[in-house]
Ligand binder design. Structure first.
Ligand code: ADP
Length: 486
């Protein structure tokens, strides 16, 4: 890995607390999912070090919030410039520890950087209000203040972007942050900390506490149990989100939860089928399907099912499987053995209940954690794929006959993150997008994430919005000042 990096000093194995690199007596291995080999040993921290990071963030908060927005904007802009200048190395780390193809990793770095740039700009647009008073002798003011020390717990599937999407708005408005990256992908988080330090971020403002899967409950317990942490932003599974919410109840922490999805991707009979196939491939097979907004259920109107299935299958058969560093690869490995086992068991369940595999359906001949890009037809509501997140390169096709049935099927899930549909009927565009119980709806597109748009869900996909002009709201509280004058 070191030999692939232009700047080997971006590879760190210690945690980053209070502006210092914090070694540990115990370490854990970071694995390249594409080869199964260990690529680094990283500090395995727990409760005591997490407390140190909270101490540092608490100590740094008064001076950081007192900086002008302009100063914070300038530091974030420098961090953005450094991320851009080191994009190849960051992409190398993402591919090495997360398995996604190098091309996609470069795309993630650009996406991650876009949040830093966007929120550096938003730092200077946190305005207050003066209200028309209810009495002549009072003046009523609204100001917006940083909530304080924030914690961010992030997943492995976007090891850079899930950090910047939380940390950049927090820092922009004057909060300080303790990040716990996923155990699979600490190296990207630490490289981001190297660059933040280089940008001149003061000690304690941005801290990274690393730990393995066994350490996560202790680190999470300390972050949620400490009343000095005023806010937690979490992206990950619904199950862990519920746990963190319960743990945050005693100190009434503010929460942003971006949890699981079960995205429907609806293809109506009047859709441009070629465009729908391309959209489905972009949505489904990106990061080998390991994306919370990936199409999880492809709902196709009965009379275009065969045509759509044929076109999709032909394109999926052409996808190239391989290690993320190989040329022209489109499908990398799954993240770990449990991810692979889940995909296999979901496919086996569907097939045992009567679904038909049109292509793929098995672990790839390369072995390891690679699974063939797969299309399955005849999937029905009694199969596990209807309600479980696949998180793999498997596209299940469900048939429907009417628009009302499609809407009912699409909403028949506890989740409500992203939904997509393809149609050329203007009336249908409004009817269906309004009827979908989702936080985000893509119409005639399979890709919609952007720093300028609000990302987030409804129902058990969580709440809170990241990105857009609303992204800073999560890190601000509203203060009302009532001023009596003579
Ligand atoms: P995924 O299925 O994507 O791995 P998880 O919800 O298990 O989703 O993990 C997302 C993040 O939550 C990771 O950083 C992981 O270490 C962390 N995590 C898992 N369990 C806990 C826990 N009990 N307390 C705090 N963080 C946790």
């Amino acid at each position: 890995l070191l030999t692939r990096l232009k700047d080997p000093t971006l590879l760190r194995s210690e945690a980053y607390i209070n502006g210092q690199w914090h070694a540990a007596t115990r370490c854990f291995e970071v694995i390249d999912p594409g080869t199964g080999t260990a690529i680094a040993q990283v500090a395995n921290l727990g409760d005591a070090e997490t407390r140190l990071a909270i101490d540092a963030a608490e100590a740094a908060f008064p001076a950081w919030r007192a900086q002008t927005a302009r100063t914070r904007d300038t530091l974030l802009r420098r961090w953005y410039d450094l991320i851009q200048a080191n994009k190849e190395d960051l992409a190398t780390l993402i591919t090495a520890e997360g398995g996604k193809t190098y091309t996609e990793s470069l795309g993630e770095v650009a996406y991650a950087a876009s949040f830093v740039e966007w929120f550096s700009e938003q730092a200077r647009r946190v305005n207050g209000e003066i209200l028309p008073s209810n009495t002549a002798d009072k003046r009523l003011l609204i100001t917006r203040e940083p909530v304080g020390v924030c914690a961010a717990i992030t997943p492995w599937n976007f090891p850079a972007a899930m950090i910047t999407r939380k940390v950049a708005p927090a820092l922009a408005v004057g909060c300080t942050v303790v990040v716990k990256p996923a155990e699979q992908t600490p190296l990207t988080a630490l490289a981001l900390a190297v660059l933040a330090a280089r940008a001149g971020m003061p000690p304690g403002v941005f801290n990274v506490v690393t730990g393995d899967a066994d350490a996560a409950p202790a680190i999470g317990g300390t972050l949620t149990g400490d009343a000095r942490v005023r806010k937690l932003s979490f992206t990950g599974s619904t199950q862990v989100g519920r746990l963190l919410m319960a743990q945050s109840a005693p100190s009434l922490k503010r929460l942003s939860l971006e949890l699981g999805g079960n995205a429907p991707f609806i293809v109506f009979e009047d859709a441009d089928l070629d465009a729908a196939v391309d959209g489905a491939i972009a949505s489904k097979y990106r990061n080998s399907g390991q994306v919370c907004v990936s199409a999880n259920r492809i709902l196709v109107q009965q009379n275009v099912m065969d045509a759509f299935a044929d076109k999709l299958t032909a394109k999926v058969q052409a996808l190239k499987v391989g290690h993320g560093f190989e040329n022209n690869v489109q499908i990398g490995p799954l993240i770990d053995a449990s991810g692979l086992a889940k995909v296999q068991s979901l496919v086996a369940d569907a097939v045992s209940k009567g679904a038909t595999v049109l292509t793929g359906g098995k672990p790839d001949v390369r072995g390891g954690l690679y699974f063939q890009p797969t299309v399955i037809k005849g999937v029905t509501a009694d199969m596990r794929m209807k309600h479980e997140e696949i998180f793999g390169p498997v596209a299940p096709l469900f048939a429907f006959s009417t628009e009302a049935e499609a809407i009912r099927m699409a909403n028949d899930t506890e989740f409500g993150l992203a939904a997509y549909f393809y149609t050329r009927d203007a009336g249908r565009i409004f009817r269906v997008s309004e009827a979908l119980e989702y936080g985000m709806v893509g119409v005639n597109t399979g890709l919609m994430s952007s720093e300028v748009a609000p990302f987030g869900g409804v129902k058990q996909s969580g709440y809170g919005r990241e990105g857009s002009q609303h992204g800073v709201d999560e890190y601000l509280s509203t203060k009302y000042t009532c001023l009596a004058i003579e």
